[in-house]
Design a protein. Structure first.
Length: 295
């Protein structure tokens, strides 16, 4: 890569998903052309053509300027994300997935402007946020963990959620984090391997250190698309058991903070949009209202 410091680092773990990864990287190459971004791909022991794809892309003029990749041996997504965050050079880093595709040119400058304008923001989700509330009942099952009384998903109250970021307690991927936060509180806790509640734990650590956590529905606004958003199936009992273990760990750590802060006022911040973002947002908001959209 060139030595110019990027404004945004994008961390992408991948495993045996070459065709989808190729489309993901192509979307960044097209939509972020000329922008100060670096893509850090963590190839996690792939046995398909992923290493050859990354080697070929790294040799191109675009790759030499914007792409770095590292081989690891079955670390899992959480550890791969940490590997990429440790290697990031920009002031803010985006935890991305290989089945997410950038769909506009305005997202990168908006994210950079947002973190510059609002120094109290530590981490922002690009999809949905989560708010946690105290429930004086044990967490014995996966259903207890996601009980709506205990865990609520949100992108903020309408109609202003098209124009504002909403403060939340925790987030889901993709999310952008201020690297100064990571320097203070650390990266994702690897006790949460293999899946889930790691980013909620990180969000709570960042909040305890004095920053705020926010969300905005950027996928809804057309900034990116997520293949996984259309392929969520029935969750297996084995998966639920793994998530339950991590959820209990999270609540052991943070239930006192949840009881203390659950009913605090939650802030909102205006988006730092350019002209094209305004146009795209207005068009999608009008279409949603016309179709009877609920959010």
């Amino acid at each position: 890569m060139t030595d110019a410091r990027p404004a945004l680092s994008i961390v992408i773990p991948t495993f045996n998903n070459a065709d989808v990864l190729e489309a993901c990287l192509a979307s960044w190459r097209e939509m972020a052309e000329g922008q100060a971004v670096e893509l850090i791909v963590i190839e996690d022991g792939c046995r398909d053509r992923t290493p050859a794809l990354l080697a070929a892309l790294s040799a191109t003029a675009w790759g030499q300027q914007h792409l770095r990749w590292h081989h690891e041996a079955d670390l899992h997504e959480l550890r791969c994300t940490n590997r990429g965050l440790a290697d990031a050079r920009a002031p803010i880093a985006l935890a991305w997935q290989d089945d997410m595709f950038l769909r506009c040119r305005w997202l990168v400058p908006e994210l950079v402007a947002t973190f510059k304008a609002y120094p109290d923001l530590g981490l922002v989700s690009l999809s949905r946020g989560l708010n946690c509330f105290p429930v004086d009942e044990p967490i014995d099952t996966w259903d207890d963990l996601v009980d709506w009384r205990r865990l609520q998903s949100t992108i903020g109250p309408r109609p202003f959620n098209w124009l504002r970021l909403q403060e939340v307690d925790a987030v889901i991927r993709p999310w952008v984090v201020r690297r100064a936060c990571l320097a203070q509180v650390g990266v994702l806790d690897e006790r949460f391997v293999p899946t889930e509640w790691d980013e909620a734990d990180l969000a709570f650590r960042i909040r305890e250190a004095g920053w705020r956590i926010a969300t905005h529905g950027y996928e809804r606004a057309g900034a990116y698309s997520h293949l996984g958003s259309t392929t969520i199936g029935v969750l297996s009992d084995q998966y639920k058991a793994r998530v339950l273990k991590n959820g209990r760990l999270f609540h052991e750590r943070w239930d006192e903070a949840i009881r203390r802060d659950a009913h605090r006022p939650r802030r909102a911040w205006w988006r730092r949009m350019n002209g094209q973002a305004w146009k795209d947002t207005a068009r999608r908001a009008a279409a949603s209202i016309g179709a009877g959209g609920a959010a």
